[in-house]
Design a protein around this ligand. Sequence first.
Ligand SMILES: N[C@@H](CCC(=O)N[C@@H](CS)C(=O)NCC(=O)O)C(=O)O
Length: 232
Amino acid sequence: MAGEGDVKLLGLLVSPFVLRVRMALQMKGVSYEYIEQDILDKGELLLKYNPVHKKVPVLIHNGVPLCESQIILQYINEVWAADPSILPADPYERATARFWAAYVDDKLFPAWLGILKATTEEERAKKVKETLAVVEQLEVALAHCSNGKPFFAGDSVGFLDLVVGCNLLWFEALRRLFGVRFIVAGKTPLLASWAERFRGTDAAREVMPDADKAVEFAKMLMARLGSAPVAS
Ligand SMILES: N[C@@H](CCC(=O)N[C@@H](CS)C(=O)NCC(=O)O)C(=O)O
């Protein structure tokens, strides 16, 4: 079977991109060796297997590296093709899931990362607003994609659920750090109940670390970048 073989994953505990891949591997029941990387002092393995971007995650399947988390998710779905499939069978729905997944990585990740990187309070407030605007758009996307079902993908977690869901760790870390809430039932009710359901899945419970780990990482990153301090 194509899916069998040696699987390694180069990762970082709190990386949302790595988390989505780990959740997909969990859902597919794939065993793998996880190798934590120091992205601030990159090791030989990461440079060898991802010489183009030098980023995690890197999935190494039978010695061959796959890079870029969304591409890795699609690879996992094709190689470990037995149910559950994480991409919709319908071409329009598949294209729509890919469209929103691209939107999440283009808009959501840079917006909330900008909150951490901001060097002034004004800049930070601007990035908070930007993140909220993206979340509001995702409420519309969820209504469209789920069609009244519990997840973006319908009855169970799929590609887009993983791509959005891995950001929940950081939403919680940002709440603990800055007191900001991005998903609130009063404003984005569909996302609020989706987030609760997503956090309760086996994949999320087994893979997501405690948000304190992300808070710790954020503090270290902010100190290195000379970001504006957390207001007390
Ligand atoms: N587009 C990439 C993004 C991966 C990414 O940004 N990974 C971060 C960790 S969260 C990283 O390795 N950063 C190292 C660097 O930027 O040098 C993906 O989807 O895999």
